[in-house]
Design a protein around this ligand. Sequence first.
Ligand SMILES: [Fe+2]
Ligand SMILES: [Fe+2]
Length: 285
Amino acid sequence: MFDAVLLRFSGYALLSHTIEELFYSINSVHVLMEIVQISDMHIGSMFKQDAFDVLVREINNLEPDAILVTGDLTDEGLLSQFERARSEIQKFKCNNKIVLAGNHDYRHTGYLLFKKFFQTKQVYELDDDVIIMTLGTARPDRDEGEVGYRQNKWMFTTLSQYDGKTKIVAMHHHLIGIPDTGTDKIIILDAGDTLMACLQAKVDLVLCGHKHRPWSWKLGSLEIAYAGTASSERFRGFFENAYNIIRIENRIIQVDIKIVGGKRMALNSLVTDYANEGFRQRNEV
Ligand SMILES: [Fe+2]
Ligand SMILES: [Fe+2]
């Protein structure tokens, strides 16, 4: 903690912070937490076991405080795929595994199986300072997502009780459209209401999967981070298996992307580079 405080007293940091902010830094709790988000494993014909094995080794070496799996564990919601998904996820050595369902998991009445294989709570208090809320967006035999009036209202009411804490909301479907991923007919139907509820409840970070494309949007203090596909060939616009690492320290959140078997970098830097390149390429077509 004192290292962080001393840094703030040095150089430009001193000029850019008010006395109140410095007192806040001294009095605040220094919490270092790492959460891994993996998504869209898609166990089925396009599942890449070799990539998943590398991913498991990397994440177990990281020893994160929590692992969040944001849906589409299976490709078709079949019993054999759920059995394999459970055994693959058991390979993670972590006491906090949070597993959400995606639209693919709800196919072929997979919503009945998901509940048998994975017990998901809606509120996880990781410590005194970090709360993760999960929202169910998958619906049987539908590709688009929906949060619903009651769940949105519940989210706002519940999260309002945790003011002063770092608030993370996780869901499978993407909350805002992502460039170069086709039409957005399968977005969350009531995305506007969900987004508004997140802003009003002072959510810091929303984590989504579904589009298989790492990305990030920022709306004021709210960041919406998307994970790519962890272990399938179902790439869209980004042709590497990847996952996200969320680091929380003194209530400051840093989201990194980690390419499976490759480098780790800030998700924002990837987005900036990709956005510039994509814009240039589109204008050359
Ligand atoms: Fe998916
Ligand atoms: Fe999906």
